[in-house]
Design a protein around this ligand. Structure first.
Ligand code: PLP
Length: 455
C-alpha cells in the first residue's frame, strides 16, 4: 500500500503538518524514533495517561516519552515543584553550584547500592559517555565491551550492534560489532568487544581473551527495558569483571526507578562500579547522571585548569583527570522535577501498585491474544514489558528473530487508530496514573485490532 492511501481521514491535520515539517526538518521529525508510518501523529495536548493529537483524537499513552513519564503527563506535584523552584530561586538556572544538586545526589546515594558520588549530565547518552570515559581513564585501557542488542545512546562509541542485520552480525556465540549508522569511524568497530547477552560461557571466554585491553563493560540489566538478565548471568558478569579489573557499568537509563527505587542493581543485588541514569530522573525534563564508587567518581574531581579539587580529593591522582562539563548540568528546574517525581514514587505502596497494574495488563493481554489463537507472550519486568509474538523463550537479541514482527506492526497500526499510543514494535511503559478503565480500554482495543488484522 502506498503511503498516501494509508493516511486516515481522522489524522489529516497530522499528515499535513508532517508534510510541512518535511520541508524544514529532514524526514519531518527531530529524531528517528519519532517517525511512525504512514506519518507521525502530531500531538497538541497531554494530561495524565492521555495524549491528544491536532485532529482531536485521544490516545492512552504507553510510550510515555520512552518511559520517562512515570507519573504520566502534567503531574501536579511535579509541576508545583518546578514552579516553586523558579519562583523561590528567582531564576531558571544559576550556572553555579546550588543546593538541589546536593539534595538529589544524597537521594541517589541513599537509593542506589552502587552509588557513592554523583555527577549530572543533560541526557542518558552523556551519562553513558562519561561512564565509559571514566572507565578508560581509570584503567588506562582503550577497548570497551558491550552486549549485542543493547542501546546506550546515539554516539559512535556505542552505536554498534544495537539492532544488527543477522547476515552481518557473525556467530551468536561470538557476535561482531556492526555500525548502526553511516559515519561511524572504523576505530570504534575495532575497539569494541561485542558479547552475547545472557550467555555467560561465551561472554566469559571473550572477556578473558581480551582482558588486557578492555577498560569497561557496559550493559543494560534489562535489554531494551524488557528482556531481563538472568540472575546467574549477572552474578557471573560481576564476578568476572571484578576478577579481570574491568569496570562494570550498569546503564540504568531505562531501568532506573522503573524496576524499583534502587533500579536493577537493587533487584539483582549487584553493585556495579558505575551507573548511568536518565529518563525518570528528570521528571519529564532532559537529564542524565552518572554515579558510582568513590574511587572511580573521583577521577572527575578536577577544575578548569585540570587541578585536582580539594573537596574530598583523598585518593585522586592527576593522571586520572576526566574532563566533564556542560552548561546545563545539574539544572535546578530539572532536579526539582526529578526530586518531586522520586518523592511521589516513595509514597507507601506506589511502586507495588504500579507493578501490580502492569502485571494485570500483561495477564489480560495474554488472555486476549490466546482467545484469538495467536502465539504470544509478554516479556518484561516490573513496570515495562513488550508483546512478543512467538513462544520461543526470549533472552537476548537473537531470540527476537522468531517474533512475528509483521503481524505485530499491523496490530500496532490498528491500535493507533483505536486510541492506544504505542510506538509500533516498542515496549509498553506503565505510569502511576493509568486507571483500571485505561487498562480495560486497552484490552478492548487489542481485541478489536486483532479482529481487524485477522479478518
Ligand atoms: N541508555 C539507555 C538504556 C537508553 O534507553 C537510552 C535512551 O533511550 C539512553 C541510554 C540514551 O538516553 P537519552 O535519550 O536521554 O540520551
Amino acid at each position: 500500500m502506498d503511503r498516501k492511501s494509508m493516511i486516515s481521514e481522522n489524522t489529516r491535520k497530522s499528515a499535513e503538518l508532517f508534510e510541512k515539517a518535511g520541508e524544514v526538518i529532514p524526514g519531518g521529525v527531530t529524531a528517528h524514533i519519532k517517525h511512525i508510518a504512514p506519518h507521525p501523529l502530531v500531538m497538541e495536548k497531554a494530561k495524565g495517561s492521555k495524549l491528544y493529537d491536532v485532529d482531536g483524537n485521544a490516545y492512552i499513552d504507553y510510550l510515555l516519552s520512552y518511559g520517562a513519564l512515570i507519573h504520566g503527563h502534567g503531574h501536579e506535584r511535579v509541576y508545583q515543584a518546578v514552579m516553586n523552584q523558579m519562583q523561590t530561586d528567582g531564576t531558571t538556572i544559576f550556572g553555579t553550584p546550588h543546593q538541589l544538586e546536593i539534595t538529589m545526589a544524597e537521594k541517589l546515594i541513599d537509593l542506589y547500592p552502587g552509588i557513592d558520588m554523583v555527577r549530572y549530565t543533560n541526557s542518558g547518552l552523556e551519562a553513558t559517555l562519561l561512564a565509559i570515559r571514566t572507565a578508560m581513564a581509570y584503567t588506562g585501557k582503550t577497548k570497551l565491551a558491550k552486549f549485542e542488542g543493547h542501546y546506550h545512546g546515539g554516539y559512535d562509541q556505542v552505536l554498534l550492534s544495537v539492532n544488527p542485520d543477522l547476515g552481518q552480525a557473525g556467530d551468536k556465540g561470538a557476535p561482531k560489532a556492526v555500525p548502526e549508522s553511516s559515519g561511524i569511524p572504523e576505530y570504534y568497530v575495532e575497539n569494541t568487544i561485542m558479547l552475547p547477552f545472557n550467555d555467560l560461557e561465551n561472554s566469559e571466554r571473550i572477556l578473558r581473551e581480551h582482558q588486557d585491553d578492555i577498560s569497561g563493560l557496559i550493559l543494560e540489566p534489562v535489554q531494551g527495558g524488557f528482556i531481563p538478565a538472568k540472575q546467574e548471568f549477572m552474578d557471573g558478569i560481576r564476578r568476572i569483571t571484578e576478577e579481570l579489573g574491568i569496570v562494570l557499568i550498569f546503564d540504568e537509563v531505562k531501568t532506573g526507578f522503573r524496576l524499583g527505587l534502587g533500579g536493577a542493581q537493587e533487584v539483582y543485588g549487584i553493585e556495579p562500579d558505575l551507573t548511568a541514569l536518565g529518563k525518570v530522573l528528570g521528571g519529564g525534563f532532559p537529564v542524565g547522571a552518572i554515579g558510582g564508587k568513590r574511587d572511580f567518581m573521583m577521577t572527575t574531581a578536577v577544575d578548569d585548569s585540570r587541578d585536582i579539587l580539594t573537596a574530598g580529593a583523598d585518593n585522586t591522582n592527576k593522571k586520572q583527570s576526566v574532563f566533564h562539563s556542560g552548561t546545563y548540568n545539574g539544572h535546578p528546574t530539572v532536579l526539582a522535577a526529578g526530586l518531586a517525581t522520586i518523592e511521589v514514587l516513595e509514597q507507601q505502596g506506589t511502586m507495588d501498585e504500579l507493578f501490580k497494574k502492569t502485571q494485570d495488563l500483561r495477564n489480560k493481554l495474554e488472555t486476549v491474544y490466546r482467545k484469538h489463537g495467536l502465539t504470544m507472550q509478554t516479556v518484561g519486568m516490573k513496570s515495562i514489558f513488550n508483546i512478543i509474538l512467538t513462544d520461543t523463550p526470549i533472552y537476548n537479541y537473537r531470540a527476537m528473530d522468531q517474533h512475528d514482527a509483521n503481524l505485530r506492526k499491523e496490530i500496532d497500526y490498528e491500535l493507533l487508530k483505536l486510541g492506544i499510543y504505542t510506538k509500533p514494535m516498542n515496549r509498553y511503559s506503565m505510569s502511576t496514573v493509568h486507571t483500571e478503565e485505561d487498562i480495560q480500554r486497552t484490552i478492548d482495543a487489542h481485541n478489536e485490532a486483532i479482529r481487524r488484522v485477522l479478518n
